[in-house]
Design a protein around this ligand. Structure first.
Ligand SMILES: Cc1cc2nc3c(=O)[nH]c(=O)nc-3n(C[C@H](O)[C@H](O)[C@H](O)COP(=O)(O)OP(=O)(O)OC[C@H]3O[C@@H](n4cnc5c(N)ncnc54)[C@H](O)[C@@H]3O)c2cc1C
Length: 356
């Protein structure tokens, strides 16, 4: 079987990166088809915590300009999606309390004023800080499940086409140019193709991008009172992310486990215990669920963004631990690259050619 229709752009993979890019391209007038192996928005983007971290000490230096730009774009990005989809995405700006690891009291030369006990008591009264140094960051968080649902609805409202349950096996090349994709069911034609297949991006012929799955396990608690924890709290062992509806996410492992999305009861228990040590009042909190997702990792922990060596074939993947944060800026710079405009950022560090 072969579809006779042609699109301006085919996007492989309907995660937050593929969906946000699809919308940005559609806004510029392109016709777009998203081809998704399963259901859109059910992989890493569904599993994420949703911290929007652009802090100097926690962000790779090469990524800092994109991370900061994307963090700044978030209020408008989230608001636009809420208006278009009619769905809430729970963008929160209460901020984050960070306990740095002991060997990085002054991480990356960043100076910060440690919180005083009265400030702890004010910000997060139930937090058991044990007199350890911590500091406050003005940082946002979002609910990635709500976000991907809103992005998906917006994409559909804007007339983006979808082929779900359809795995791309290869990019079609004709006269040296990408002209579409071949799937397990059919094939589709397009002027341009973008690989946004996350941890699986390297499995699609002809370019074996060196992406790999990095498993993250998390659990979710129902707080006994809705605002028991109000801030994101990060320690070297665990992080806590409150949602406005009273859920609290506890994460996350960073594991090399192949394409394995199972959780391990002992690991979930360890995370749970670490959360209780931080906020003892969580002893009364019910566990709602646990899960694992596969972050798209790369050899240098930086994304892969840009044109490939095959004309008309592009890639936007490898966002590792920051794909939720980086979705708005990735959509913006990749739209520029695809339209042969200046993306406004030096993307050399992210070039797919660096692995050649
Ligand atoms: C536990 C955990 C916590 C995280 N916390 C945060 C956080 O706090 N902040 C943050 O910014 N980021 C976080 N991340 C990282 C973030 O989730 C990812 O970087 C981001 O979701 C990557 O988006 P993506 O669209 O590239 O990948 P995905 O969401 O995985 O989407 C890729 C899509 O491609 C599809 N696909 C794959 N192969 C094919 C094929 N051959 N044909 C068709 N479709 C295909 C998949 O089915 C999938 O839907 C976290 C991740 C995990 C696992």
């Amino acid at each position: 079987m072969h579809e006779s229709r042609t699109w301006d752009v085919i996007i492989i993979g309907g995660g937050i990166i593929g969906l946000s890019l699809a919308i940005a391209l559609r806004k510029r007038g392109a016709t777009v088809l998203v081809v998704e192996r399963g259901e859109p928005g059910r992989e890493a983007s569904h599993a994420a915590g949703g911290m929007l971290v652009d802090f100097l000490a926690e962000t790779p230096a090469a990524l800092q300009p994109l991370a900061t730009a994307s963090a700044r774009m978030y209020p408008e990005f989230a608001h636009g999606l809420e208006i278009e989809s009619g769905m809430k995405v729970d963008l929160r700006d209460q901020g984050t309390i960070v306990f740095p690891s002991l060997d990085s009291e002054n991480p990356a030369g960043v100076t910060f004023a440690p919180l005083r006990p009265d400030q702890f008591a004010d910000l997060e009264p139930e937090l058991h800080h044990g007199n350890r140094a911590a500091f406050y960051l003005k940082e946002r968080s979002i609910d990635p499940r709500a976000l991907t649902a809103a992005v998906l609805k917006t994409a559909k409202n804007r007339g983006i086409d979808f082929s779900s349950g359809d795995e791309v096996t290869a990019v079609h090349i004709s006269n040296g140019h990408a002209v579409g994709v071949k799937t397990t069911k059919t094939s589709f034609a397009a002027g341009k193709v973008v690989n946004c297949a996350g941890a699986w991006a390297g499995q699609i012929a002809p370019h074996p991008f060196p992406t790999r799955p990095v498993r993250g396990q998390m659990l979710c608690l129902a707080m006994p009172t809705r605002d028991l924890v109000r801030h994101v709290i990060r320690t070297p062992q665990v992080y806590l992310i409150p949602r406005s509806d009273g859920r609290l996410l506890v994460g996350a492992t960073v594991e090399e486990a192949g394409f394995n999305k199972r959780t391990d009861p002992a690991t979930i228990q360890r995370l749970h215990k670490a959360a209780l040590a931080l906020v003892p009042k969580l002893a009364d909190a019910r566990i709602l669920e646990d899960w694992a997702g596969l972050r798209p990792g790369t050899p240098d922990a930086l994304p892969i963004l840009g044109a490939t060596e095959t004309p008309s074939y592009f890639v936007a993947t490898g966002h590792f631990r920051d794909g939720i944060l980086l979705a708005p800026i990735t959509a913006e710079v990749m739209t520029a690259v695809i339209e042969s405009r200046d993306p406004g950022f030096d993307l050399k560090a992210f070039s797919p050619a660096r692995f050649a």
